[in-house]
Design a protein around this ligand. Structure first.
Ligand code: C2E
Ligand code: MG
Ligand code: MG
Length: 822
């Protein structure tokens, strides 16, 4: 099989061409030849097809070898170009070779042509192959270079002597170097004093693969050295890839730095910090980390703390709060709540806990920052105290008391039990303030608060509502008598004088009692009714207590029923009059009696005036009832006189409503007339407040009564506010000292002073003075010493039914020398 060969021949002789072709054919080629002898022909031939070889004569009539060579070069072609010519001399031949011809063969030695052609073709192939390889390498290298030069690395190669043969990569920029600066130079010359750089290179040149780091001009590199192996298997240089790790090093340093700073912060934080994990159900595992302040606050060593669960640190009552919040934390990621921690030494630490959950290795890690809020709690407590307590006595104030009262009412309602509300007010406290000043007044209130508190049980709540008003809540009351007993105890506690700044002060108080549920269903109602009862206690005579009379508080319906039964009471003859004797102190004889109304209620039994007179007064029924009492008393008196007992003065009470009526004079006159009683034996008692109601008119009414020969007594004297000048204008016969002054006569110097003064005053005004409520001999002795005229009270006798009273009269009559008081 012959090798095809395209041969372009620059020749003017056809014969020479054939000779050449013959030579080539001998080498086993099958040439396709074209002979050209002008530049134009050669151009056309080259346009037509590629040629494997060009054979050129040196000179032709219209062409030449150099011209053909130039033409080929101009087209950028690289084709083997052989000069086949006659003898042209050594110099010319050498010049042609320099111009690009590949060989020169003399036409005389054509036998040399074939080997030359074969050699040139071979060389051309090699040349082409080399060029193609080079081109491929070049493009690969340039691609690599673009890659490397954009990477933050330095790719370098060293020959076995350590000379840099390649250095590429953006890593060079960091060192301010260009590849050309280092390529061709030995690393041993470049870095003579850098064993940290040279030692690894030496190892790599010796065939070791390794990684080493070093810092150059502030840039940190980590270099991977890969030794190259020659064809003989011996080390033949090194490829190195240096990576700029400056950022990484900086980041690591920064991390370390921030870790250090963080630890510093962690331990110097003013809040306790706890780190722990939660299991999937939100239950805490033992502590993982705690800061110094946590150890200090909890009075517990770090090691011991790290063995505990956060739950061990939470106070018992807050354990559930903590667990609930941990569950919320699992879904919310962070949460803030308040709870109380318990230190190892038992101290309680109220904290505000901000907890944050982080996912670390699929586990919920909790950072809980516990801020000490004991000061805030204390401040809150102080504010609460200030808002809810009275600054002077430290007792609960009105607001707190009402709150407690409301709570207690709810409980009482639920448990269906009674509660008691006591309203206590100091008697004549105003005087203390006015005469001794507010400072003493304040001290007195403090002393009173202390005494009251001292006589109460722990579950009783004592409050100061303001001024000299105190309230006491008895949250659970078995029997009504209990409330009464406590009221008595409180009054008793105030009996002993209080010594303040050289003064011996005697304090008295009055107490009103209201009960739940009978006297009120809510706080407002109870307070109001206790206050009403208090007011009545004051009216009744100071230093005493009063239960709120339930009938006063009756609903409209109950009132109607009450009113009706009161109305019927008269018709049904349910009223009766009891009589209480009055003692003439000097003689020891009975000198008179007071008529006191009673209601024998078919269901309620004996009802005392306190309970029905207020309603009778309100409804106006007091007028017929009072008139009945008056007539009954007069009739009884007359009956006794008719029976032959010594005539006595009968005292009958007149209510405000009766005195106000224009026909009061007529009513009294009628009673006297109808019973035929001598007016001398009738005394009408009016209270101070009645007397004060409408001075001129009242004075007129009383004068007209006196003119009829009837005596007038001022009842309950001392509880109202009579002025002396007014007292003088009244046509009085008798002053009755209110029982509240008599009760403590012998123990309370204030009351003694008042009683003494009233007795002296009464005598000054030419009045008879009667002391009410005399219950013991000491009181009577005192009154006797003060020349009080008359005494009335349980010591002598209780109010008695007419028949019983008659026994006294009988006794008096039969034993004229003996005294009622043995
Ligand atoms: P009062 O006129 O001051 O009558 C004296 C009250 O003191 C009576 O109460 C009497 O039982 C009570 N008393 C007498 N001695 C003692 C004692 O040693 N210690 C104590 N703690 N109390 C004693 P009573 O009978 O319940 O009458 C209460 C008030 O009712 C009377 O006070 C009077 O204001 C009024 N009252 C009574 N009867 C009538 C009446 O017929 N008409 C009117 N308008 N009022 C009446
Ligand atoms: Mg009276
Ligand atoms: Mg009285």
């Amino acid at each position: 099989m012959r090798t095809p060969l395209a041969v372009l021949i620059l020749e003017d002789s056809e014969e020479d061409m054939l000779l050449m072709l013959r030579e080539i054919t001998r080498g086993g080629y099958e040439p396709t030849a074209r002979r050209v002898d002008t530049p134009e022909d050669m151009g056309r031939a080259m346009d037509e097809r590629p040629w494997d070889i060009i054979l050129a004569d040196y000179t032709m009539p219209r062409f030449s070898a150099p011209a053909g060579l130039a033409l080929m070069k101009a087209r950028g072609l690289d084709v083997p170009f052989l000069i086949v010519a006659g003898s042209i001399g050594e110099d010319l031949a050498a010049g042609l070779m320099r111009a690009g011809a590949h060989d020169y063969i003399s036409k005389n030695q054509l036998a040399r042509l074939l080997p030359a052609v074969e050699r040139e073709l071979r060389e051309f192939r090699e040349r082409r192959h080399r060029r193609e390889t080079e081109e491929a390498l070049d493009s690969a290298m340039s691609r690599l270079k673009t890659v490397v030069s954009n990477a933050p690395i330095i790719l370098f190669a060293l020959d076995p002597a350590g000379v840099i043969t390649l250095s590429e990569g953006r890593g060079l920029d960091a060192l301010n170097l260009r590849s050309a600066d280092v390529v061709g130079r030995s690393v041993f010359d470049l870095y003579p004093d850098r064993p940290d750089i040279l030692n690894p290179i030496r190892q790599a040149l010796a065939g070791e693969t390794l990684t080493a780091s070093a810092t150059l001009d502030g840039v940190a590199f980590e270099t991977r050295y890969t030794p190259l192996t020659g064809a003989d298997g011996r080390p033949n240089g090194v490829i190195g890839v240096a990576t700029d790790i400056t950022e990484r090093v900086k980041a690591e340093e920064a991390l370390q730095e921030s870790e250090k700073k963080f630890r510093g912060l962690f331990h110097s934080a003013t809040d306790a910090i706890f780190v722990f994990e939660l299991d999937a159900a939100g239950a805490p595992r033992p502590l993982v980390d705690v800061n110094d302040i946590a150890c200090r606050r909890l009075a517990c060593g770090r090691d011991e703390l790290l063995r505990l669960s956060p739950l061990d640190l939470v106070s018992k009552e807050d354990a559930q709060v903590f667990l609930n919040n941990m569950r919320v934390l699992l879904s919310w990621g962070d949460i803030t709540f308040e709870l109380t921690l318990t230190a190892r030494n038992g101290a309680r630490l109220p904290v505000e806990m901000s907890a944050h959950a982080f996912d670390v290795n699929n586990t919920k890690t909790i950072w809980a920052i516990a801020r000490d809020i004991s000061e805030r709690k204390q401040a809150e407590e102080t504010i609460r105290r200030q808002a809810y307590h009275d600054a002077l006595t430290g007792l609960p104030n009105r607001m707190l008391f009402k709150e407690r009262l409301n709570q207690s009412i709810l409980q009482a309602r639920r448990a269906d039990h009674r509660l008691g509300l006591l309203f206590l007010d100091l008697d004549r406290f105003k005087n203390v303030n006015e005469t001794l000043g507010h400072i003493v007044g304040d001290q007195l209130l403090q002393a009173v608060a202390e005494r009251l508190a001292g006589s109460l049980k722990p579950d009783h709540i004592l409050a100061r509502l303001g001024g000299d008003e105190f309230t006491i809540l008895l949250p659970r009351l078995a029997r009504v008598e209990e409330a009464v007993k406590i009221a008595q105890k409180l009054l008793g506690a105030l009996k002993a004088p209080v010594s303040l700044g050289g003064h011996e002060l005697h304090v008295n108080a009055s107490v009103g009692i209201a009960l739940f549920p009978s006297d009120g269903e809510d706080a407002e109602m109870l307070l109001r009714n206790a206050d009403t009862a208090l007011y009545r206690a004051k009216e009744k005579g100071r230093n005493t207590y009063q239960l709120y009379a339930p009938l006063m508080n009756a609903t409209a319906f109950e009132r109607l029923v009450m009113e009706n039964s009161l109305r019927h009471a008269l018709r049904r003859n349910e009223f009766t009059v009891h009589f209480q004797p009055l003692l003439d102190i000097a003689s020891g004889r009975v000198s008179g009696m007071e008529a006191l109304l009673r209601w024998k209620h078919p269901e309620l039994g004996l009802v005392y005036p306190e309970e029905f007179i207020p309603i009778a007064e309100e409804t106006g029924l007091i007028v017929p009832i009072g008139e009945w009492a008056l007539r009954t008393a007069c009739a009884q008196n007359k009956a006794w006189q008719d029976k032959g007992y010594a005539p006595l003065v009968m005292s009958v009470n007149l209510s405000a409503r009766q005195v106000q009526r224009d026909d009061v004079g007529e009513t009294v006159a009628r009673a006297l007339r109808e019973t035929d009683l001598d007016p001398r034996y009738l005394e009408l008692e009016i209270t101070e407040s009645v007397a004060m109601q409408n001075d001129e008119r009242t004075i007129g009414v009383l004068k007209s009564l006196r003119d009829k020969g009837v005596q007038i007594a001022m009842d309950d004297f001392g509880t109202g506010y009579s002025s002396l000048s007014y007292l003088k204008k009244l046509p009085l016969h008798t002053l009755k000292i209110d029982q509240s002054f008599v009760r403590d006569l012998t123990t309370d110097p204030n009351d003694a002073a008042i009683a003494t003064t009233v007795i002296a005053l009464g005598h000054n005004l030419n009045l008879t003075v009667t002391a009410e409520g005399v219950e013991n001999r000491e009181q009577l002795e005192f009154l006797r010493r003060q020349h009080c005229d008359k005494a009335q009270g349980y010591l002598l006798a209780q109010p008695l039914a007419a028949e019983e009273f008659e026994e006294i009269l009988k006794h008096e009559k039969e034993h004229p020398e003996t005294s009622l008081v043995p």
